[in-house]
Write a protein of this length. Sequence first.
Length: 469
Amino acid sequence: TPHEFDFDIAVIGSGPGGYECAIRASQLGYKTCIIEKEQTLGGVCLNWGCIPTKSLLKNAEVIHTLKDAEEFGIKLNGFEIDFTKVIRRSRKVATKMAKGVEFLMKKNKIEVKKGYGKLKSAHEIEISYEKDGSSEVVSSQHIILATGTKARSIPSVPVDRERIITSYEAMVLKEKPESLTVIGAGAIGMEFAYFYNAVGTKVTVVELMPQILPNEDEEIATTLAKELKKQGIEILTDAQVQKAEAVENGVKTTVKLKDGSEKELQSDYALVAIGLTGNVENLGLEEVGVETERGFIKVDEFGRTNVEGVYAIGDVAGGILLAHKASVEGINCVEKIAGLSPEPLDPMSIPACTYCQPSVAHLGMTEKQALEKGYEIKVGKFPFMASGKATASGHNEGMVKLIFDKKYGELLGAHIIGYEATEMIAELGMAKKLEATSEWIHKTVHAHPTFSEAVKEAAAAADGEAINI
Ligand code: FAD
């Protein structure tokens, strides 16, 4: 039968959710188009999130390595940081990766439309092109919204993008700030705190909750706070920002401390990293009747909205706001449309990482959550202090902490803080997926010497069989 629509699947937004879902749609034989309002593809992740920040964080690591050079028997006559070049490298990396998405779209014969997309009906999108002011309407049997998020702000901390900034501005500052207040100690806040401290900025982090990285296991977060304080970052937890206001050449931030007293922080910039909210405005959602909930589009486990034919995936659909979660949701959504049987995404199987050094990664429940859920648990830990590879590398801070169900040995939660944490978490994701027990993990032969031996030893420790501690 001839197509009654221009496309089988139209995706709005080309981030890791949108572009991967478009590729999967094309693989499954659907005539697919992707609509992106920016001139570059790849979304926040490639252009203003995951990738450029990792470039900046690599710089921070190089700086720390140089500072430790003497320990490795290398004498340096000081070194200088060219901040502009640091930023430029990060932009180059982002551009290169974003261009890769352009190539992938061509390779998969996906039609790219660089314009602003808005639902006109459940099967029509109006696309406006900023370049020449023109617009067109395309029809599609299925429409997948993957428009992502933007930084959340609160009235007492008015973002002006000059002095009170978001991660966007923090990524491309013209010169290195002398001082920075970071409001919010989630992954984004902590990564910038680590980076700016490394380049020589005086950094103060303010967090409302009792710990930094509030989603992490308490013991891991405490370990990170200790390490970052050693590096020179000031951390205020249980601290509430009352207000931040731009003053001449800087920002004044008023903070209420745990004991009720007030503290004033004066800094060149304040970075607001208190969370994100979905890009749901001006998308035609109200007109077409697509339901939203607390700033995100309401969906079922396969991205279906309340309007037939309209789907939402990735950040704009809420839940865990991470790139790999967006990608899996996009692929699942398309496979469901195709009548395949994708497995619904289990939030407990999504790894979450923070890429400062030491880096932090986790999957599944914290110790507290497991106990609150009523599990009887056994916990195994292995400190990198006892790891040969970590010691030889000069990175022996941190630990692996694994939480197992006592009865069946099932892995409930994995928590790593240390140099290679974000790489090491993958094996535990696999273990969880295959429902491996503590014994399976520690009976798996790990190469020596590696950081990942700590995973094996932590699993062994949970069974009282650790060898090297
Ligand atoms: P996005 O990547 O946000 O893409 C949405 C796209 O839709 C954008 O390109 C936007 O321009 C486009 N768009 C929006 N509205 C329209 C419209 N009406 N018409 C056309 N186009 C539209 N996640 C990780 O997993 N690891 C990390 O290390 C990490 N680091 C991060 C660091 C920072 C500073 C930030 C801000 C985020 C980070 N994230 C990280 C989160 C990650 O970037 C997001 O989870 C991910 O980008 C979500 O993908 P998405 O496809 O849902 O949306």
